[in-house]
Design a protein around this ligand. Structure first.
Ligand code: G6P
Length: 614
């Protein structure tokens, strides 16, 4: 949801900013722009609709000199994506330039007031009011830029990560954040600024994460100074990033999404490392053990999340209820935060998020904590806002996920939820010892079985070519595989723009069956576990209406294979771990259909990886 980047140092800023924008392009790619204080101390702003490469073309013959600059890649909220609405925005006198990620909710009131004072606005964005307001306050009070930013932000309602530079001042960037992420990189005589660490890691691994309502003054040759908008001086520990540059490259794959699908065996093994011990027959998550009493006493667990993470949450519900016998409710964070939910002291809220920055999930956490719940986070991005705002939690440790459609983060979330369910089950004695032992062994084998599942890639590609004609798809699954059906359908619609619906297989007869004809591909997740026979009946219902059945089956299952038009055989595993394997062919099916259709799988239209606005 918009990526921002900044540089102040001894090198030319422009190439660093452009490279940074490319790294952040997964956050938004409607338009992009850059502002530089050039070698003549002039403030230059260049912006273009489209991708970062369009901005590069636009600036080919422009003056891009300067060792200080800020840049932005946009995912439009207020105002259509065009050159004018792209960031950075100039202030009225063109002496300030500002970039922003977030939404200023009270922009209309501020704008009206500034218009009355003679300000003229160029764009339809909420952002432009900030830069105008800062200039107004700065000139009216005759104060420094940093003080004006501080004062202006006391008037702003909403979310922001901003950076501002000024004409005639090649030595300073003022930055601030609230509810949108911002990281400052500290190099040798140089500073970086970005929405996440990916544009920074190439230059330094030393970073400061700003907290909400903090304003940072970054000055050439000086230490970063941080104050809150209410003028309280803050000191921050410099953190060391554990991220390698290789993780940010495609590594020979045509797309990040395919790379990330293929990384799953390795990444899932990493997510389990130190947490599962087959010889000792133990599973232990520090976050759960450290808060053992709370989990033992919990009357209920609420899971809040959005998108793919919400699907992982549904699998978590099945796992925790089945193994640990604690009632679980799963909610969209966006609904939870606004519907006045009943939250009791002693409730545990598990918040799941790949990015750790999703605005609705953050707000749901805030509400839960305010009402006395204990909040446990499952996040991927280390140091992001959600882990910093939860009582405890577990990282998924799958490295940066750059493809907008989530793949490895999803299977890692399900893995961590499996570990959580097993750890609590053991603590509560709600699981038979032999069942526990069997699950420990089986979970440890999942990475190898994922490798085997990935060998199906060629076959899935062939199936994908057959189905590019489809306008609609139905995905069906029961039990643990119902959320897998939802996730499979989401993957397909996100990247191929084919309409797809996921349904609990038995619900099909209450509506979706009306859609089935010879044109309709129906993906059925039908492993030989759980409600196998019942799922076979559902397949028969589809066949009777001439639907085209693509089944995900257990290796060697001739019965469903014969009934299906196409089938994909995955290795056998415990029922509760089938989602970890069955998701992979669905990711590959969506991927190949999208590629064959010529879609941009890593940056699908209208989507962003990190949704920092509600
Ligand atoms: C966006 C992304 C999805 C993601 C969802 C929740 O919609 O495109 O891939 O599942 O946000 O994001 P989170 O980072 O909280 O998991």
């Amino acid at each position: 949801m918009c990526g921002i980047v900044g540089y102040l140092g001894n090198k030319e800023a422009y190439p660093i900013l452009i490279k940074g924008l490319h790294r952040l392009e997964y956050r938004g790619y409607d338009s992009a722009g850059v502002a530089l204080v050039n070698n003549n101390n002039e403030l230059k702003v260049y912006k273009a609709k489209g991708k970062v490469s369009d901005l590069e073309n636009f600036t080919k013959d422009k003056d891009i000199s300067g060792t200080i600059g800020i840049a932005h890649t946009r995912w439009a909220t207020h105002g259509e994506p065009n050159d004018v609405n792209a960031h950075p925005h100039y202030s009225q006198s063109n002496s300030l330039a500002l970039i922003h990620n977030g939404i200023i909710e009270n922009y209309a009131i501020i704008k009206e007031d500034l218009i009355k004072r003679g300000f003229k606005f160029q764009s339809d964005t909420d952002t432009e009011v900030l830069v105008q307001l800062i200039e107004y306050i700065k000139n009216k009070n005759n104060i420094k830029l940093s003080d004006a930013v501080q004062l202006a932000l006391t008037q702003a309602v909403g979310a922001y990560a901003i950076a501002v530079i000024e004409k005639g001042n090649p030595d300073q960037i003022v930055a601030a954040r609230k509810s949108s992420p911002l990281v400052i990189g500290i190099g040798d005589d140089e500073f970086f600024l970005a929405s996440d660490a990916t544009p920074i890691i190439e230059y330094t691994n030393r970073v400061i994460y700003l907290d909400d309502e903090e304003v940072a003054v970054i000055k050439r040759g000086k230490e970063v100074k941080i104050k809150t908008i209410s003028n309280v001086v803050k000191t921050h520990e410099i953190k060391e990033l554990e991220l390698s540059l290789n993780e940010l490259e495609k590594g020979g794959f045509p797309h990040f999404m395919l790379k990330e699908i293929y990384e799953q065996p390795k990444r899932i093994a990493e997510a389990m490392r130190g947490r599962i011990n087959v010889e000792g027959n133990t599973v232990s998550l520090a976050g759960i053990i450290d808060n053992k009493e709370r989990f033992l006493e919990a009357k209920r667990i609420l899971i809040v999340a959005c998108g793919t993470s919400w699907h992982a949450g549904l699998i978590g519900e099945y796992l925790i209820e089945e193994l640990a016998r604690i009632p679980v409710e799963v909610e969209y964070a966006s609904e939870f935060r606004y519907r006045n939910p009943v939250i009791n002291k002693g409730d545990i809220v598990i918040a799941i998020s790949q990015s750790g920055e999703t605005a609705d999930t953050l707000a749901a956490i805030e509400l839960a904590r305010k009402n006395g719940a204990f909040v446990y986070g499952i996040c991927n991005v280390v140091g992001s806002s959600i882990p910093r705002n939860t009582d405890s939690g577990s990282y998924t440790h799958v490295g940066p996920e750059i493809g907008v459609a989530s793949t490895k983060a999803f299977t890692a979330q399900v893995t961590v939820l499996s570990l959580i369910a097993m750890t609590i089950a053991k603590l509560k004695n709600t699981i038979e010892p032999c069942h526990f032992e069997c699950l420990v062994k089986e979970l440890s084998l999942i990475p190898e079985k994922m490798k085997k599942t990935l060998e199906l890639n060629e076959k899935i590609y062939e199936f994908a070519r057959i189905f590019t004609y489809a306008k609609n798809f139905i995905y069906l699954g029961r039990g643990y595989n119902y959320p897998v059906a939802l996730e499979g359908a989401l993957k397909l619609k996100e990247i191929s723009y084919i309409h797809a619906e996921g349904y609990p297989a038995a619900e099909m007869k209450h509506g979706p069956i009306a859609l089935i004809d010879a044109e309709m591909p129906v993906v059925v997740i039908a492993p030989n576990k759980g409600m196998y026979e019942k799922t076979i009946s559902n397949i028969q219902e589809v066949k009777a209406r001439k639907g085209k059945v693509i089944s995900i089956i257990t290796e060697g299952d001739e019965t469903v294979k014969k009934l299906s038009d196409y089938s994909i055989e995955i290795p056998e595993t415990e029922e509760c771990f089938v989602p970890l394997l069955a998701s992979i062919p669905l990711q590959l099916l969506a991927y190949h259909i999208a590629v064959v259709k010529g879609c941009n799988v890593d940056q699908p239209r209208n989507l962003a990886k990190s949704v920092t606005v509600e």
